[in-house]
Design a protein around this ligand. Structure first.
Ligand code: NAP
Length: 242
């Protein structure tokens, strides 16, 4: 049975990915940080259906906590076959209002976290000559978002890491890809009012906002695929076509 580590699995896209993979029979470690009650509820709900999932609190912006998260996963399941870097934060602000603290929080949470989890997981994947790393970036890393410069930089950085690492790790049979979602209906977008959501929908060829399950479907495909690496795949309903 393959083991998956999902960061930021307590809410939104990560929750959908972690729950769905547990239902599909994978060993899943769901990482959370602040939403302990939500993570415990996910575990309880799944266990009531006879499905096991492990939950583990770690702030993935901190190297030491990531080390403990990876150690916990390896102690439980011996290997990490699939790493899904999903944890992230977003903040809307004008470029000149971004403080050093805002900038650091964004980069450390969204980008350093990916650096830490991959570095800590790699020895096991290289030893096994097998691995699938999926980094959740964003359309805004591809095309840039006004008033979200730090966020866009962090996501573009992730895509750069994906491409470079795919080249470095190919001979170890480790695939590295990014999923760059379009606008997905989660708490991250709770600041968008209905008029803006309607506008986005109208500008989207498939005429809807995305759902977490749309991202899960892409994750599932990337897990099963064997010849895709270094790619940035963007499920976005056609909102962004490059
Ligand atoms: P969300 O609903 O706000 O959930 C964010 C998740 O990240 C939560 O589970 C949160 O955990 C976790 N997280 C945040 N900081 C963390 C930290 N330091 N350590 C561990 N976990 C942390 O967001 P979402 O919409 O599901 O987004 C998930 C990913 O998709 C993010 O990387 C986001 O940038 C990306 N994305 C989202 C959209 C969208 O439209 N929603 C579009 C493109 C890309 P706790 O609550 O437990 O702290």
């Amino acid at each position: 049975m393959k083991t998956v580590l999902v960061t930021g699995g307590s809410r939104g896209i990560g929750k959908c990915i972690a729950e769905s993979l547990a239902k599909d029979g994978y060993n899943v470690v769901l990482n959370y940080n602040k939403s302990a009650e939500k993570a415990k509820q996910i575990k309880k709900d799944l266990e009531e259906k006879g499905i096991n999932i492990e939950i583990y609190k770690a702030d993935v912006s901190k190297r030491e906590e990531v080390k403990k998260l990876v150690k916990f996963t390896l102690n439980k399941f011996k290997n990490i076959d699939i790493l899904i870097n999903n944890a992230g934060i977003a903040k809307l602000q004008m470029f000149n209002d971004i403080t050093d603290q805002d900038w650091n929080d964004m980069i450390v949470t969204n980008l350093n976290s990916v650096f830490y989890t991959i570095q800590e997981t790699l020895p096991n994947m290289i030893h096994n000559k097998n691995g699938c790393i999926i980094n959740i970036s964003s359309i805004w890393g591809l095309v840039g978002a006004s008033c979200e410069v730090a966020y866009s930089v962090s996501k573009a950085g992730i895509d750069g890491m994906t491409k470079s690492l795919a080249k470095e790790l190919g001979l170890s049979n480790i695939r590295v890809n990014s999923i760059a979602p379009g606008v997905i209906d989660t708490e991250m977008n709770s600041n968008l009012d209905n008029a803006i959501k309607e506008e986005i929908k109208n500008e989207t060829p498939l005429n809807r906002i995305g759902k977490p399950i749309d991202i899960y479907r892409c994750v599932k495909w990337l897990i099963e695929d064997e010849f895709t690496t270094g790619q940035i795949i963007s499920p976005n309903g056609g909102y962004v076509i490059l």
